[in-house]
Design a protein around this ligand. Sequence first.
Ligand code: HAM
Length: 414
Amino acid sequence: MNDILPEHSHVWQFLEDCAREVFQSAGYCEIRLPLVERTELFSRAIGEVTDIVEKEMYTFEDRNGDSLTLRPEGTAGCVRAGIERGLLHNSQPRLWYSGAMFRHERPQKGRYRQFHQIGVEAYGMPGPDVDAEQILLVRRLWQRLGIRAELRLNSLGTPESRQEYRAALVHYFEQHQSQLDEDSRRRLHTNPMRILDSKNPALRELIEAAPSLPDYLDADSREHFRQLCQLLDDAGVDYVLDPRLVRGLDYYTRTVFEWVTDALGAQDAICSGGRYDGLVTQLGGRPTPAMGFALGMERVVTLIEQQAPDRPPAMLPHVYVVHSGEPARRLAFEVSELLRDQVSGLRLMLNCGEASFKAQFRRADNSGASVALVIGEQEASTRTVQFKPLREHSEQQAMTLDALPDALAALIDR
Ligand code: HAM
């Protein structure tokens, strides 16, 4: 679990602002969901035999003896809210959310126990159009952020076609049981498709020769996927078809995708999602097709810091107000409030805490401000202010309070 420090927080804000803008421009509305849900919601939605449910959830009993869990992801809570609040059948809702998620994983670079996602979910649309829309939204977001990632795409078909594939996989791996590692052997009869996701290099060849999911797709899913690929081709999206992409949550049907990067080491997925047409019914709602994704904010922030030198800089103050003595302090407060009222967008930092002029100028310099406003005894008595440029060699000049707003407004567009 990490602190997000001021030196990084402006990059987080940049990501949040761009995501909000891109999603809202396509009609997605924000939903704010609780951090805690009943444990049962996650085991039913994500699947009993997934890594998340088997070993990664932060689960506790509350004072009533109810089993609660810190959310490991946002989709289950979003579906729960949609069913409870009757959101899912209101003119095809499109939703987005952001916030902290919790998984008790082994921490490493890019993998944390408290991490943050921005997610998008859409309900009631069965066709490949909304799948394409969401993939294009992500591409647009990467472009706005100035980062690059590769899109991997697959279709998991319907639960029925997947059963057939599952049986073929079990049959195949059973014949090669001695080559499987412990984890995969355990998965063989509980969740054999997860074996395909194994990172163990010793299994690579075996996995490569395993039956391939696209060969088992039902005709409707095949056509759905063909149309999605067509829409992506039309929009000039580059993607790699990855028949081994199965995802670690059980709720997916048909389209699944991941955006990956080679710039972050082992934790290479920055955004993942797909279609989950069966989940709403599984959680007690009316049949409702659904499609969504979530991006990992820590990973995307790291990529922005590596790849986007043109990102907006940290928000430094434009002005630092330096003053000495009580009359000057009173005028400094008056001037600061006046300027905050009159100069929109102005970032003004007022010195607080007694200090010599010298120390205050040091603070002004460290703040990054481009101008200091200086108020001493004499300025207090004449109700003027010294305007002192800090980053260029021009003279300081005395100004009346009337002249200040225009002089400072000129700093803002620079
Ligand atoms: P997920 O693949 O488990 O999917 O997580 C989505 C993204 O969250 C990942 O691609 C990764 O960037 C980030 N992430 C996951 N675990 C960690 C971690 N421990 N530390 C840092 N980042 C992490 C879901 O959560 C689905 N709910 C996505 C979805 C929404 N599918 C449909 N709708």
